[in-house]
Design a protein around this ligand. Structure first.
Ligand SMILES: Cc1ncc(COP(=O)(O)O)c(C=O)c1O
Length: 479
């Protein structure tokens, strides 16, 4: 069978459109004897019967193992050059109180960037000393709260913030550890990186300004400068972009040593994962070894001590552990120049996964309720929203007999899907459940129509029940 001419060049025609490609699915995903998808020992049909669709499912053991492995691999690589490593889990990828606990138990710190993320981290039991606070526009109240809590470290993102952070720290009688976020001029995107001297973006300060701003920070008695910070982008493959950025940062880091101690260097996050079989992410071990080498080489070239190193990955830890389950609704063949693409519409879309609409991100899909011997057919999985760009999977092959009522599973949705979820068209945000050892439990309950109406100030409470009467378990209320 020849590939469908409408398929993008990167999409290979699979020998079997039921296979669970290694690296794309959570570690504890498999087909049962009956052909169903099972996640963490729980079958898709059981999950859907209990919790409904759309449904975010997180393989807890997988997420925990990825967190622990990443920390260990980086610690080992950097121990060889005498550097300690501090790993911060980037909470923006996906945060709930359970996830906070998983990350803390794996030995990670947590990176937050709003009052809301901070509240979840604290509610999950995080000691404020293990938190890093980010953000290009932290409010005065947020800075005050960070100082009051004696947050582990704060990332200064602009000149204006220096005096604000200093004032907050003074008010609470503390010395606040701060990093300065700089733009290294290295901008990385998935496969390539671009190195410029200047970046036209809202985050951080230009590298050329770092010495002046660090002097300002050091002039504040209530601030303690601990190092430079740089995040070059997300979903990055290869180590070259990180290596170039580290080298540029260390040149400035070396200059800063003349004015006082610089105990750390924070190289951010951004490690890429597989969303489709065409994505071949760089193994974490390889990244860690390469980055340790570059830090060592650059430090010895400049005759400076190797600093401790910090990282802030999110996606690489939680992304591959997540799968979204949908129910297939309508199916529409569209013929273009003699070839057919099947539009398979599911009961979610850009409200639960906005990444395809926002970034043109690609995803993959498989049938979750069964395997089928039918030949692979090219599909586009669309959502149910009133936007033609409401696409979940732009191009994939599914068995051509895909039919209404089938369950569709989209892998690698653990990061930046629930956290970017929205209520477009008044769809309630879907629940998140963790699966582990054959058990499933709710991490974040789904939103009901009642939840949505509860915020509508004009709604006459008590005027009549609006519950949809669905019997699925959203973790406490009907959906
Ligand atoms: C400053 C910063 N650190 C860390 C991250 C995490 O990136 P990723 O989840 O791709 O590892 C981000 C993501 O946007 C970020 O902005």
């Amino acid at each position: 069978m020849a590939p469908n001419p409408l398929a993008p060049a990167w999409l290979a025609l699979p020998a079997d459109a039921n296979d669970l490609a290694p690296g794309l699915w959570p570690v504890n995903a498999e087909r049962t004897e009956a052909g169903e998808l099972s996640l963490g020992g729980v079958s898709a049909s059981e999950l859907v019967a209990r919790f409904g669709t759309p449904l975010y499912v997180v393989d807890e053991a997988d997420a925990r193992a990825r967190a622990a492995e990443l920390r260990e691999v980086f610690e080992t690589a950097f121990a060889r050059i005498g550097a300690a490593v501090h790993v911060y889990y980037a909470g923006k990828a996906f945060l709930s109180t359970d996830v906070v606990r998983w990350m803390l138990e794996a030995g990670l710190n947590i990176d937050v960037c709003t009052t809301g993320e901070l509240a979840v981290a604290l509610a999950g039991g995080a000691d404020p000393a293990r938190l890093g606070y980010h953000g290009n526009n932290k409010s005065l109240a947020e800075l005050d709260e960070a100082a009051r809590l004696r947050i582990g470290s704060l990332v200064i993102d602009s000149e204006i913030e220096i005096a604000r952070a200093a004032a907050a720290a003074t008010r609470h009688g503390i010395v606040l550890n701060v990093r300065l976020r700089v733009n290294s001029g290295v901008h990385a995107s998935t496969h390539d990186f671009l190195a410029t001297s200047h970046e036209d973006q809202k985050f951080g300060v230009v590298l050329d300004d770092a010495a002046r701003l660090v002097a300002l920070i050091r002039s504040e008695k209530s601030l303690r400068f601990i190092g430079l910070h740089c995040h070059i982008g997300s979903q990055i493959f290869g180590a070259d972009g990180f290596a170039e950025s580290a080298s540029r940062l260390l040149a400035v880091h070396a200059e800063l040593l003349a004015g006082g101690p610089v105990p750390e260097l924070n190289l951010g996050g951004g490690f890429g994962i597989a969303y489709t079989s065409a994505d071949i992410p760089t193994p974490i071990g390889e990244l860690a070894t390469r980055l340790a080498e570059i830090v060592e080489t650059e430090c010895s070239r400049r005759g400076i001590p190797v600093p401790d190193v910090a990282f802030e990955p999110g996606r690489v830890i939680i992304g591959p552990a997540g799968v979204t389950l949908y129910e297939v609704g309508t199916i529409k063949p569209v013929e273009i120049s003699g070839s057919t693409r099947l539009y398979v519409s599911v009961d979610g879309g850009m409200s639960d996964n906005i990444r395809p609409a926002l970034y043109g991100a690609d995803f993959s899909v498989r049938l979750a309720n069964r395997v089928s011997p039918a030949a692979p057919g090219l599909v586009r999985v669309a959502g149910k929203h009133c936007e033609s760009g409401d696409v979940v999977v732009n191009a994939a092959y599914l068995p051509a007999d895909v039919t209404p009522g089938d369950l569709a599973a989209v892998p690698a949705t653990g990061a930046y899907c629930w956290s970017l979820a929205n209520n477009y068209n008044y769809l309630g945000r879907a629940p998140v459940v963790a699966v582990n050892g054959g058990e499933a439990r709710v991490l974040v309950r789904g939103e009901t129509v009642d939840d949505l109406l509860a915020r509508d100030a004009g709604f006459m409470h008590g005027a009549g029940a609006v519950s949809t009467g669905s019997t699925t378990d959203t973790g406490g209320t009907t959906r």
